[in-house]
Design a protein around this ligand. Structure first.
Ligand code: NAD
Ligand code: TDX
Length: 331
């Protein structure tokens, strides 16, 4: 299969490329990535001779058309992804997440190419703490932030292109991922690399907010399952029953790094901060037989800490700029 992976130099996309070459070594992989601040050639350096990496923007209609004309399927990861950045400057989120997805859709429509669109549980808004409810495929969209509203917009475009034009697409909405190659702006890598560089861990607000954590390889295995066996036009929620509040994740990280579990700073909360996400992945389990493999969250965090310890050359050059941006925002 010839596969085009948009955003394949980012966190989940790069892990997807590595998993693909491990598990499906006959796949011909082309990555289209603008190499924004969030993308990194180094994340793909170990497989550089086995893939084609095209540096370009997914809103470049001519480039996207040419690449999609020569492929069998597209897995669309490219996006602006950091909620705090979207609050500070939403324009790139509209550009990449909305116009970019539109550009991909028009090309797959012209060429009859299969598309899998990667999205987030944040499109559903948030849940109350202690509520037994979880998100399902029929939960109404209710996004809170520039990030989640532009991802929701992209999902709605995909649904409409399926219905109106018969585009062969599937959508997945996944919960919070963790694992190697995640940008140091995100919660877990930020805390690990703060502690490894003599900085202090930073918790937004009270830390009562709950995220539903999944290992990136479990997410990507589900994407492959959907790409091969998913029903055209269907949405699948991806989650591994990993609900944890931020304070307990932070305390686990402090303990793994031999610190006092209360040795961190409370910093001002994020505007509109979603309280809780929780995924009911029954459809994916029942219809496609997917099961998460990384079910021990603490073991997954330990492996992630080890990865960041061993790969300072990957994240070290990014760290000072990211922390300078947080300092400007008082966090
Ligand atoms: P990331 O920010 O690490 O990577 C995004 C990649 O997209 C980067 O390589 C960047 O260079 C590229 N990109 C950005 N704008 C582009 C453009 N205009 N043209 C081409 N490439 C561009 O993000 P991630 O965490 O790997 O997320 C990947 C996808 O998964 C996103 O669609 C995101 O919404 C979704 N998702 C992420 C999570 C999570 O926990 N990280 C959870 C659910 C869904
Ligand atoms: O320093 C921090 N301290 C802190 O308490 C940071 C960076 C975050 N937080 C909190 C905010 C969130 O409640 O931790 C939680 C996780 O924060 P992020 O890593 O920014 O993730 P989140 O906002 O939950 O969104 C992520 O998951 C869903 C990804 O960034 C999205 O792209 C994905 O769709």
């Amino acid at each position: 299969m010839r596969l085009l992976v948009t955003g394949g130099a980012g966190f989940i996309g790069a892990n997807f490329v590595h998993l693909t070459l491990r598990e499906f070594p006959d796949t011909e992989v082309t990555v289209l990535d603008a190499l924004t601040y969030a993308g990194s050639r180094e994340s793909l350096s170990e497989v550089a001779d086995r893939i084609r990496l095209v540096e370009g923007d997914i809103t470049d209609g001519a480039l996207v058309d040419e690449l999609i004309a020569g492929t069998d399927a597209v897995v669309h990861f490219a996006a602006e992804t950091h909620v705090d950045n979207g609050l500070a400057d939403p324009a790139p989120f509209v550009h990449t997440n909305v116009v970019g997805t539109f550009t991909v859709l028009e090309a797959v429509r012209r060429h009859g190419v299969r598309l899998h669109h990667v999205s987030t549980d944040e499109v559903y808004g948030d849940l109350e703490l202690g509520d037994p409810a979880r998100f399902t495929e029929s939960t109404p969209y209710n996004p809170s932030s520039p990030y989640s509203s532009t991802k929701a917009s992209a999902d709605l475009l995909v649904r409409a292109w399926v219905r109106s034009y018969g585009v062969r697409a599937t959508i997945s909405n996944c919960s919070n991922n963790y694992g190697p190659y995640q940008h140091v702006e995100k919660f877990i890598p930020r805390q690990i690399t703060n502690l490894l560089t003599g900085r202090r861990a930073k918790l937004y607000g009270s830390g009562a907010n709950v995220r539903d954590w999944i290992h990136v390889d479990d997410h990507n295995a589900a994407v492959w399952r959907i790409l091969r066996d998913g029903a055209i036009g269907a949405t699948y929620l991806i989650g591994a029953d990993g609900e944890r509040d931020n304070l307990s994740v932070l305390r686990t990280l402090l303990t793994l790094l031999d610190r006092d579990p209360d040795d961190f700073d409370h910093v001002p909360d994020r505007a509109g901060h979603d309280l809780r996400y929780a995924i009911d992945a029954s459809r994916l389990r029942d219809e496609l037989g997917w099961r998460p493999q990384h079910t021990d969250f603490e073991a997954g965090l330990r492996a992630t800490v080890d990865w960041y310890r061993s790969n300072e050359s990957w994240w070290g050059p990014l760290k000072a700029d990211v922390e300078a941006r947080y300092a400007e925002r008082g966090r």
